[in-house]
Design a protein around this ligand. Structure first.
Ligand code: AMP
Length: 281
C-alpha cells in the first residue's frame, strides 16, 4: 500500500493508473476506522481496479465550537487495517496541503445543505462538498463510496455530482451497526460506559417507527412523536432533531408515501450522534 501525503504525489499516481486504463475507486474518510468504513473499502475493491482511501479530518466541516481538536485520530492503526484489506493507496494530506494560505473557494449545495443536520451545524455541508470536490479533482475516481449512515451527505453529494457534471458515480452503501443496533461511528469512542449503554435508544426508536409504518401508520407527525418520546424517556439522551423528510428533497413530509428518510440527531451526554432509516412506503 502506497502512503501519499501531497496533492502532487497523489496526482502523479493517478496519472500512472489512468494511463494503464484503471478505474479508480475512492473512499473518503476522516479516519479512526471501523467496520462501517471497511465495508465501503470492500465495496470499492469489488467494483474498482484500484482503491484509494483518503484520511483527512477536514476543518472546513467543523463549526467553531465543535470537536475538531479532540476528533479521534490513529493513522498507524488505520494504515494497518487498510493494508490488510488490500487497499492500493491511502491519501492523508495535512491541512496546509488541502487548504494552503490564501485558500478562498467553497462549494454550496443550496437548500439541501440547510436541512436536517445543516440547521444545527451551519456550514457543515459546505465544508463536506468542498473537500469532496477537491478529493475528486485530485484522485479522479470513476466511483466514490459513501455510507447511508450519513444520509444527508449522500443526498448532498449526489446533487453536487449531477449539478457540476462531475462524472463520478456516488455509490451509497448500507449503514453498518454494532450488535445492539448502535450505528458505528468514530464518535462512539467519546461515550462513557453508561452513555454507550444508553446510545442504542436511537436505533430502537427508529426500529419501532419502522414497525409502526409497516403496520400501516402514514401520519409522519405521529411517527416522529413516537421516536421523540422513546428518546426522551432515556435520561442521558437529548433530542437535537427528529424528522421525516422526502429522500430526494429532504423537505419534511406530512404523509408517509414514496421514499422517506426518517433521520435524527441526539446528544448522548455531550456527544452528538446521528442515525436514520429509509422507508419505501
Ligand atoms: P467519516 O470518517 O465519519 O467521515 O465517514 C467516512 C465514510 O464512512 C462516510 O461515507 C460515512 O457515511 C461512512 N460511514 C461511517 N460510519 C458508517 C457506518 N456505520 N456504516 C456505513 N458507513 C459508514
Amino acid at each position: 500500500m502506497i502512503r501519499v501525503t501531497t496533492v502532487a504525489g497523489m496526482k502523479d499516481l493517478v496519472r500512472r493508473w489512468r494511463g494503464e486504463g484503471k478505474r479508480i475507486g475512492l473512499v473518503p474518510t476522516m479516519g479512526y476506522l471501523h467496520e462501517g468504513h471497511l465495508s465501503l473499502v470492500r465495496r470499492s475493491k469489488s467494483r474498482s481496479d484500484v482503491t484509494v482511501v483518503s484520511i483527512f479530518v477536514n476543518p472546513a466541516q467543523f463549526g467553531p465550537r465543535e470537536d475538531l481538536q479532540k476528533y479521534p485520530r490513529d493513522l498507524e492503526r488505520d494504515a494497518a487495517l487498510l493494508e490488510k484489506e488490500g487497499v492500493d493507496a491511502v491519501f492523508c494530506p495535512t491541512v496546509g496541503e488541502m487548504y494552503p494560505a490564501g485558500y478562498k473557494t467553497y462549494v454550496q449545495v443550496t437548500e439541501l445543505e440547510g436541512r436536517l443536520c445543516g440547521k444545527s451545524r451551519p456550514g457543515h455541508f459546505r465544508g463536506v462538498a468542498t473537500v469532496v470536490l477537491k478529493l475528486f479533482n485530485i484522485v479522479e475516481p470513476a466511483l466514490a463510496f459513501f455510507g447511508w449512515k450519513d444520509a444527508q451527505q449522500v443526498i448532498v453529494l449526489k446533487r453536487m455530482a449531477a449539478d457540476l457534471d462531475l462524472g463520478v458515480e456516488i455509490a451509497a452503501c448500507p449503514l453498518v451497526r454494532e450488535p445492539d443496533g448502535l450505528a458505528m461511528s468514530s464518535r462512539n469512542a467519546y461515550l462513557s460506559p453508561e452513555e454507550r449503554k444508553a446510545a442504542p435508544v436511537l436505533f430502537r426508536s427508529l426500529a419501532a417507527a419502522e414497525k409502526l409504518v409497516a403496520a400501516g401508520e402514514r401520519d409522519a407527525a405521529k411517527v416522529v412523536a413516537g421516536i421523540r418520546s422513546a428518546i426522551e424517556a432515556e435520561p442521558l439522551a437529548r433530542v437535537d432533531y427528529v424528522e421525516a423528510v422526502s429522500l430526494e428533497t429532504l423537505e419534511p413530509v406530512a404523509e408517509l408515501a414514496g421514499e422517506v428518510l426518517v433521520a435524527l440527531a441526539v446528544f448522548v451526554g455531550t456527544t452528538r450522534l446521528i442515525d436514520n432509516v429509509r422507508l419505501r412506503v
